[in-house]
Write a protein that binds this ligand. Structure first.
Ligand SMILES: CC(C)(COP(=O)(O)OP(=O)(O)OC[C@H]1O[C@@H](n2cnc3c(N)ncnc32)[C@H](O)[C@@H]1OP(=O)(O)O)[C@@H](O)C(=O)NCCC(=O)NCCS
Length: 137
């Protein structure tokens, strides 16, 4: 797969889901070769999953599982990371969120999918116990 035009990556139709976060990959987040640590990317995906699930559940949430996680391409210093979320399933207390992270390469308009994963979030009450996700209004 090669970096192609804006919002494209050969074999993909562009990002799936709602743009939930955009941020800049900085030198402090990279190794000596200029590649961004995978843990930093996963952390941003986890935050986006939390925003998405909290919006849906209207409660605090916690990550109970990361079911799949694939790193397809490296993220480099200076890339702008865009994180997209879409709800795959709503259970009684859980919300399963598909997350895609796309990197806009430094000083280009090229955006490429770098990471995708499925995060399971649980709605919590004030005591930190699972609570039913309300029906969608
Ligand atoms: C989230 C937490 C409160 C859930 O407690 P629990 O006793 O497992 O609660 P339950 O068994 O009732 O499960 C709650 C929901 O999570 C789902 N779930 C639990 N474990 C799961 C797993 N491994 N994978 C997918 N879903 C899971 C259950 O199916 C249930 O969903 P449903 O109500 O839609 O059917 C508890 O596991 C916890 O506090 N975990 C730590 C969370 C955390 O700190 N996350 C940040 C990472 S450091």
């Amino acid at each position: 797969m090669s970096d192609t035009g804006p919002l494209s990556d050969s074999g993909d139709d562009g990002p799936k889901g709602e743009l939930t976060m955009r941020l800049l990959a900085m030198p402090a987040d990279a190794n000596a070769a200029g590649d961004i640590f995978g843990g930093w990317v996963v952390s941003q995906m986890d935050l986006a999953a939390a925003i998405c699930a909290a919006d849906r559940s209207r409660s605090r949430v916690a990550t109970v599982a990361i079911n799949t996680l694939v790193f397809r391409k490296p993220v480099k210093i200076g890339d702008t990371l865009s994180v997209y979320t879409s709800i795959q399933r709503v259970g009684r207390t859980s919300i399963t969120v598909l997350i895609e992270a796309w990197a806009q390469r430094y000083q280009t308009q090229n955006q490429v999918k770098v990471t995708e994963g499925v995060f399971v979030m649980v709605a919590l009450d004030a005591a930190g116990e699972p609570v039913a996700v309300p029906a969608e209004i």
